[in-house]
Ligand binder design. Structure first.
Ligand SMILES: C[S@@+](CC[C@H](N)C(=O)[O-])C[C@H]1O[C@@H](n2cnc3c(N)ncnc32)[C@H](O)[C@@H]1O
Length: 212
């Protein structure tokens, strides 16, 4: 893989957020809602939080959330969203270029929802650190696109999508310390910018840290 200076990732995402008033829907990711609704609230880390919809949803359910993103524009929008939702005091926002720096501490829930990028990102390393940040008894939730949407005729750029089994191999979590609670591929509706209806296959892994 070509080495990309870290600032190229920051520049890419900053330009992406600055190019539009809003990129994402403002609603929490359905697979996060599905997997987390039954958990007892505690502390949560949302990696690649974007405009903050997941972090705000978690905070509104009683979690104390740290939202992390590479883009300061995204984090400013996320903080505004949290304040408007009345949960500004339950979320703190940190700017990190994950892979270079990582938030301190351990958390009852570490969530990475679509932490994917057209700019190379060492996903295995970052997700390995995500696992290390889960407190004993806590949950690691990873959701990643497994491919392009069905309506996408030509891939717009080269990217390697994870497989459901491949990510677990790459994480190499120690035997006996983790329980795999969900390993699933969910087909979710996806609409192209031109309004073509289709679907996307997303992989979900939920693991509980049962040991140190
Ligand atoms: C595909 S978006 C997903 C956003 C959000 N989690 C969601 O599901 O709507 C990927 C997010 O990861 C962030 N990101 C990409 N590379 C990053 C990096 N190296 N460090 C921190 N955040 C990064 C981007 O700024 C973007 O907000």
């Amino acid at each position: 893989m070509t080495y990309i200076h870290p600032t190229q990732a920051a520049e890419f995402w900053e330009a992406r957020y600055q190019g539009d008033d809003r990129i994402w829907s403002g609603r929490p990711n359905p697979l996060l809602v599905r997997e987390v609704s039954d958990l007892e609230p505690g502390t949560a880390l949302d990696l690649g939080c974007g405009e903050g919809a997941d972090a705000v949803w978690l905070a509104s359910r009683g979690w104390r959330v740290t939202g992390v993103d590479i883009s300061s524009t995204a984090l400013e929008r996320a903080a505004r969203h949290a304040a408007e939702a009345g949960v500004g005091d339950r979320v703190q926002w940190e700017r990190h270029e994950l892979g270079v720096t990582f938030p301190e501490g351990s958390f009852g829930l570490v969530s990475a929802q679509f932490l994917q990028s057209p700019v190379p990102l060492d996903q295995d390393q970052v997700l390995g650190r995500a696992a290390a940040a889960v407190a004993p008894g806590g949950t690691l939730l990873i959701v990643l696109h497994g491919g392009w949407p069905s309506w996408q005729e030509e891939p717009p750029f080269d990217v390697e999508f994870p497989t459901s089994a491949g990510l677990l191999v790459a994480l190499a979590l120690p035997d006996g310390s983790w329980t795999l609670e969900t390993q699933d591929t969910a087909r979710t509706p996806s609409v192209s910018p031109e309004g073509v209806q289709g679907y996307r296959d997303d992989h979900v892994w939920r693991l509980r840290r049962t040991g140190q």
